[in-house]
Structures are given as C-alpha cells and as structure tokens.
Design a protein around this ligand. Structure first.
Ligand SMILES: Cc1ncc(COP(=O)(O)O)c(C=O)c1O
Length: 303
C-alpha cells in the first residue's frame, strides 16, 4: 500500500520479546521525509502504543495502526485500531473476522473520515452527485452480503476474543517450563490479546537439532494446526530486492538489499512457530494436547 500511494516504505526491526515494532528502531529510522508510522499489531498483540504515540507527537507524524490481525484486541482497555489516527482491518479469509476478502479503515478524525470515504467511493463526496468525482479514489466498497456476514460475526467477537485470550494465557503457563520453547511476551501493560496467531520461539538445540520446519511438520502430524510462518521478512521479497515497482518519490539511494533487521530474520528462519487462531477457540483440553504434542516430540528427539 505504501508503494501504491507513491511513498517509500522503510522497514525497521522488531522487539525479539514481542515480535512487534521496536520503538527504538522506529525513532532511529525517522528522517525529515518521514510522514507516518505503521505499527502492525502482529498476531493480535498490541504494539507499545504509548512509546509509538510519543515518537509520533515529537516528530509530527501520523500513526496508522495495522489491525489486520487484531480485531477485538485491546491495549490498556482501548480497542486496537482506535488509538492512532486511523486503523486498518483485514477481513481476508484467515482473519478473526472474515468475509472472504475485504477490510475496513476506521478513524475518529472527521477530516480524515471524509477523505477516506471519498477515496473508497471513486472520489465522490456525500454532498456531490453520482457523476461528481473530487478525489482520485477507486471502488473499495464492501458488498452488502459481506457486511451482513461481518455484522453477525461482530456480535460474537468479544466472546471469542476472551476465549482466545484465556486459552493463550493457559498455553503460556503450560509451555513456560518446556526447555527450548519460549512463548512471546505479552508486553508490559494490560492488554487483551486476540491470538490471531499464538506464537512461541523454538530453540532447535533442545530438540535434537530438528530444524524449525522439521519440528513444525512433526507438530502438524500430531494434529496441532501450526505453521513455520513467514520464511523471511517482507523486504527480502523480489519486489523490494529488485525494486520491481514504480515509485516516483524513491531516491536512488534506497536499496532494499542493504536492509538489515536481524531479529525479524531470526524469527522467520529459526524461531517463530505459529498456531492458528481457529485452534485458539478450542477447549483447555485442546491446549493441553498442544503442549503434550510438543513434549512428545522433545522426548522422541532427546532420548
Ligand atoms: C499484518 C497484515 N496487514 C495487512 C494485510 C492485508 O490485508 P488484506 O489482504 O485484507 O489487504 C495482511 C493480510 O494478511 C496482514 O497480515
């Protein structure tokens, strides 16, 4: 999206405890050209919004929360997506709320709302006519069928989020003492995690040197709905490495082959194991079975 609006995406590293953007890395990457910060509430865990809002205020930047993973999740009692200038949600098929495809952007800023509403509706204004186009918008309108599906799911979102959050806390407690398994930190403040993904860090040295991919294959075979996640960070994709895009604002000096986010790279290649959100809607016994499956693999590989 950043490239589509002719801006320059700048990647910064994650905090290895949470896998969310590291505020110190954000601050170090800001230049006089920087316009906005896009914190991704990765896996449904709230970013450190106090620190991010503070940075944004000091540098006069907008904050666009990426809430694609975090429907119904909270930070200090506030719903994610409602804290920055705008929040963008995805309703693609894997998400906690889904209409197959689609999304929504929310804001409390009236001026921003009017602009976004127009861009969504082929550049029209509410006061204008059918053939009045004021902005370079597109047709990003959701269909009524999708809206009905989402409205019905919205009624049970809070209940489902509470279930996932409680299951996540319980699974954290089950895995706390398993050597080589480290559940991600939930951060330092009160949150409600919606566990679009339950993520733990895997250490192969405690599993007879099984690679992460081999471990995930065995865990899947045990019936745990899981994945090795992103194989590498986004900036490693050919679109960035080869600069396969048109962005008139991008200086020649921008070279994505030089981007270095070691924490994100380690998470992708060796550490991060994902359990999918549907599984987090299960029972406590399901959580027990996930932990038992991990321990079973460990016993098989170390005895
Ligand atoms: C973190 C994150 N942001 C944004 C998106 C994009 O959402 P959509 O596919 O609805 O455009 C995704 C999609 O998976 C995502 O995971």
């Amino acid at each position: 999206m950043v490239l589509e609006i002719n801006c320059v995406p700048v990647f910064v590293d994650i905090d290895p405890q949470t896998y969310n953007l590291d505020p110190a890395c954000i601050e170090a990457a800001i230049t006089e050209r920087t316009k906005a910060i896009i914190p991704v509430h990765f896996a449904g865990l709230a970013c450190d919004m106090d620190a991010i809002l503070d940075i944004a205020k000091r540098h006069n930047l907008r904050v666009i929360e990426d809430v694609a993973h975090a429907h119904g999740a909270e930070y200090k009692g506030r719903k994610l997506g409602s804290i920055g200038d705008a929040g963008s949600f995805s309703f693609q098929s894997s998400k906690n709320l889904t209409s197959g495809e689609g999304g929504i952007v929310i804001t409390n800023d009236d001026a921003l709302y009017e602009t976004m509403n127009s861009l969504r509706n082929v550049g029209r204004l509410p006061s204008g006519q059918w053939y009045d186009h004021f902005n370079p918008g597109c047709n990003y309108r959701i269909t009524q069928l999708q809206a009905v599906l989402l409205s019905e799911q919205l009624k049970r979102l809070d209940e489902q989020t509470i279930t996932r959050n409680e299951n996540g806390l319980y699974l954290d407690s089950l895995l706390a003492d398993v050597p080589g398994i480290t559940p991600l930190s939930r951060g330092a403040v009160a949150i409600r995690h919606c566990y679009h993904l339950y993520i733990f860090k895997y250490d192969r040295t405690k599993f007879g040197q099984l690679t992460k991919q081999e471990f995930v294959a065995m865990l899947s075979a045990e019936g745990v709905p899981c994945s090795a996640g992103y194989p590498h960070p986004l900036y490693k994709q050919p679109v960035f490495q080869q600069k396969n895009f048109m962005c008139y604002a991008i200086p020649d000096s921008v070279d994505y082959t030089q981007v270095d986010c070691p924490e994100a790279e380690r998470a992708c290649s060796d550490e991060a194991v994902w359990i999918f959100q549907q599984a987090m809607l299960g029972t406590r016994e399901d959580m027990d079975s996930f932990a038992q499956a991990i321990q079973k693999i460990q016993s098989a590989m170390t005895n």
